[in-house]
Write a protein of this length. Structure first.
Length: 180
């Protein structure tokens, strides 16, 4: 299962990226708090799929993709900016820079608010460095190399550069992953 500490790490890293991109600190905090909820829809996914030790079948993958829709349903009751941010992040966090190469909905992140990409890159990195039923956790250097290999396809090249710099050089980053 996915832990609260991992989701919290996604939120904190998303907030840090937003700050580095020049976002107002109050707005960056809202974005980070909303990003914590990016996978809340997984509560409605069968445990047998979430915790499957092997590769998902095509049918199971289609069910897993529904976590974004389920998340929006769950988050409907949250009003105001935080609710809107959380729903957008939840719904679109699996979109790619080049949608013909991947993503759930076929929408380029070029046409989405930037903070969705901040949450997406934070989610992928956190997932890679975390243990899962279907994989061992990756070394941080290998996870970063993977992110860099997705520059221009899954992620915007400028965002990848900023992200890599943060991971390599920012003294705040290790504390984000202390509990992961």
């Amino acid at each position: 299962m996915y832990s609260f500490s991992e989701n919290k790490a996604v939120g904190r890293l998303t907030e840090l990226i937003a700050l580095e991109r020049g976002c107002d600190p109050k707005k960056a905090k809202q974005i980070g708090n909303a990003a914590v909820l990016h996978d809340i829809g997984k509560q409605k996914i069968q445990k047998s799929i979430l915790e499957k030790p092997g590769k998902l079948t095509a049918g199971e993958h289609e069910i897993m993709k529904k976590h974004t829709d389920f998340g929006v349903e769950i988050l409907t009751s949250i009003k105001g900016d935080i609710g809107e941010l959380a729903r957008e992040i939840c719904y679109f966090h699996h979109e790619w820079f080049m949608p013909s190469l991947g993503g759930y909905r076929g929408v380029s992140t070029l046409y989405l608010p930037d903070y969705i990409s901040y949450a997406a890159i934070s989610d992928v990195y956190t997932s890679l460095i975390s243990e899962r039923p279907y994989k061992s956790k990756w070394r941080k250097a290998d996870a970063l190399a993977y992110i860099e290999s997705k520059s221009g396809t899954q992620f915007c090249p400028d965002l990848v550069k900023l992200f890599a710099s943060l991971i390599r050089n920012d003294s705040r980053v290790p504390a984000i992953f202390a509990g992961v």
